[in-house]
Ligand binder design. Structure first.
Ligand code: NAD
Length: 381
């Protein structure tokens, strides 16, 4: 390992996100391309240390991908100055402990969201990171989706005029685990294990809102546990204690009203697993993970309500597909490269622990709203 190589500890490399998106699609891809390209055009290589609880699994993974370093001893890895960055993709419940240790060891920290289970802990992590003077970042992957990048460009171009409202539909059917295996780990459906769709998805919606439209000023949320019993990885039924759907209304700065349905209990009748419709005075857009289509004010049809006549107009044909003018890489990889450049040459990476804490705060406020039936105001933090 040469002196200029950036050493990265990857904790949770065996998990769904840690393995697929972060290790394989991001870090190994960066390693295999010869490192990250810095502002002077040179490349800075990375070295990876994977951490987990099971040595056999780690060795298998390391052998498969040509990773030299693996250990079950986090403390020893953190004590080794070769490793400058700590990355955490553990289950949410285990996150704070590892990050606190990494901060205390002087490592720069990058992490999956949510950064903590409570906003108190999330803001504490932000404070500790600032006090320690370490670089810190939180995954904001949805912002890097081609569909949302196209939306950002539409906003920046002034296409919408005044943005009035945002409607989001996120979700799909997650099998109960009895007659077909569930597509998501069972801890997601137990609140005592850090699960729940509000805790999972509201941190995403928070950064999408604050980076594209305006900060969230208040939230009203109705959560539900539609499927009360699921079957786990061990084939045994368990009680689903966490919310598997959340119906939220968010007031955004500037008077924009946003509504987002988040659900693991919905059958998909849209082009993509997440879609946002944005309506503005001068035009509207519908964007998904990849696609984006628009309807400008001066190409808006003139519907008239008539329950006596069957519809003959094809409203979906009124939209214009936005071309893909850019090459979009995997968003997790792009953000990793930004964070690495933030560490290497202080390049901008605004998605820090404080941003992560605001996401946790929104999730907390969503849960409070559901419990009390009230709309909850959020401080400007
Ligand atoms: N950015 C995104 O789009 C996105 C999507 C899904 C999940 N996530 C987040 O990623 C994190 C991991 O989710 P996942 O779906 O990969 O989960 P997972 O269950 O597949 O993986 C969790 C990892 O944590 C480890 N782990 C479990 N319990 C542990 C404990 N007590 N101590 C130490 N390690 C433990 C597991 O071995 C595994 O490596 C969660 O915080 C989740 O919110 C983010």
């Amino acid at each position: 390992m040469s002196e200029s190589t950036i050493g990265i500890i990857v904790n949770g490399a065996t998990g769904r996100m840690g393995y697929r998106q972060h290790l394989v699609r991001s870090l190994l891809a960066i390693r295999d391309q010869g490192g990250v390209v810095t502002s002077d055009g040179s490349r800075q290589q990375i070295e990876i240390m994977i951490i987990g609880r099971n040595e056999v699994t780690l060795k298998e993974l390391a052998d498969k991908h040509g990773i030299e370093h693996y250990t079950t001893d986090l403390d020893a890895a953190l004590a080794d100055p070769r490793w400058q960055i700590y990355f955490d993709a553990l289950v949410t419940q285990a996150r704070v402990k590892g990050i606190k240790k990494a901060i205390a060891a002087g490592k720069h920290v990058y992490t999956e969201k949510p950064t903590a289970e409570s906003s108190e802990e999330a803001f504490e992590l932000a404070r500790l990171a600032t006090e320690a003077g370490i670089k810190n970042g939180v995954v904001h992957d949805k912002l890097y989706l081609p569909g949302l990048q196209k939306l950002k460009r539409l906003i920046d171009s002034g296409f919408f005029g005044q943005i009035l409202s945002v409607r989001g539909e996120f979700g799909y059917w997650v099998f109960e685990g009895d007659w077909q295996d569930a597509q998501r780990p069972s801890w997601n459906y137990r609140s005592e294990d850090g699960g729940g769709i509000i805790v999972d998805m509201f941190p995403h919606w928070n950064y999408v809102f604050e980076n594209l439209f305006g900060r969230v000023e208040s939230v009203y949320a109705r959560a539900a546990t539609h499927i009360p019993t699921r079957v786990g990885e061990d084939g045994q039924p368990y009680k689903a204690t966490a919310d598997d759907a959340a119906y939220g209304v968010f007031d955004l700065a500037g008077g924009i009203v946003a509504q987002v349905n988040s659900s693991w209990v919905v059958r998909v009748d849209r082009k993509e697993l997440v879609e946002f419709q944005v309506d503005g005075t001068l035009g509207s857009a519908v964007v998904g993970l990849f696609g984006a289509k628009i309807q400008p004010r001066n190409a808006t049809p003139r519907p008239t309500w008539n329950p006596d006549l069957a519809e003959t107009h094809d409203y979906t044909a009124d939209w214009l597909e936005i071309p893909t003018n850019d090459v979009f890489e995997n968003g997790f990889k792009t953000q990793w490269e930004q964070f690495l450049l933030h560490v290497i040459e202080d390049a901008p990476h605004p998605y820090d622990f404080l941003a992560g804490a605001r996401g946790v705060l929104l999730a907390e406020a969503g849960l409070e709203s559901n419990a009390t039936g009230r709309r909850i105001d959020l401080p400007n933090s």
